[in-house]
Design a protein. Structure first.
Length: 244
């Protein structure tokens, strides 16, 4: 893989490489593979590791630095920064799981992002991307059948839809929201038990409607299905939080 070419198409390729490398490092930070205080490899080391030019590495690091994920210490190296207390890495405040209004606020933000992403996915997704969406849907179903929590597979389903817009900003926005993207993961902090069966059955029905609309290329139906899913989630979380 190399960006050492000329012309308009390679310029776009170079931008894609910056986004790809930046996302790899960002994922390593958010997953905990890279921890606060860790030093990233040298510029030449990252160039070899990612098989890209020094320019790509510099731009990727610049984007991470702008998001306050890393700190450049001149003459020393690049270090991972700790997350700002009380804030997500992009400046969004963490959801307060004890307040209904806080969770509803985040679900409203998700609706603004994901209703449009579902519509664009219906118009732009490739057969391979649609297959991934249905694989994620099946993964959720398998977790339900064996009685395991579905938070991670649920998140993967929504990421797959965001990816199917072929606009990387949609996934970046969802990644910025972090684990609170699926609020039930906050309601059961430290509790690995799955959600009630009837609750999950309803969510899975809504997921299936979204996936079918995207596969059918029906952007209006996809937006409606996502709207129904997220609006329903708002009501369900009110009930869950108030449950004795």
């Amino acid at each position: 893989m190399s960006d050492d070419t000329t012309g308009k198409a390679p310029a776009r390729k170079g931008r894609n490489l910056v986004e790809t490398v930046g996302r790899r490092i960002r994922d390593a930070i958010t997953s905990g593979e890279l921890k606060p205080g860790d030093k990233l490899p040298t510029e030449s080391g990252m160039t070899e590791q990612h098989q890209v030019s020094r320019t790509v590495i510099r731009e990727a690091i610049a984007s991470l630095r702008a998001d306050s994920l890393v700190e450049v210490r001149h003459g020393v190296g690049v270090f991972v920064l700790p997350p700002q207390e009380g804030l997500l890495q992009n400046g969004l405040r963490n959801v307060d799981a004890g307040r209904v209004s806080s969770i509803i606020e985040m679900l409203e933000v998700r609706a603004a992002i994901e209703i449009e992403s579902a519509g664009l996915a219906a118009l732009r997704s490739s057969p391979a991307q649609q297959e991934i969406i249905f694989e994620c849907l099946e993964a959720i179903e398998q977790q339900i059948v064996v009685g395991n929590p579905t938070v991670e597979s649920d998140r993967a389903f929504h990421f797959a839809i965001a990816d199917s817009t072929n606009n990387p900003r949609f996934r970046e926005l969802l990644e910025a929201i972090g684990k609170q993207m699926i609020p039930r993961s906050l309601l059961s902090e430290g509790d690995a038990s799955p959600s009630p069966a009837d609750y999950m059955a309803q969510i899975q029905k809504e997921h299936a409607a979204i996936a079918r609309a995207i596969a059918d290329g029906d952007d209006s139906a996809a937006r409606d299905a996502m709207r129904t899913h997220l609006k329903g989630s708002q009501q369900r979380y009110r009930s869950l939080i108030r449950r004795p």
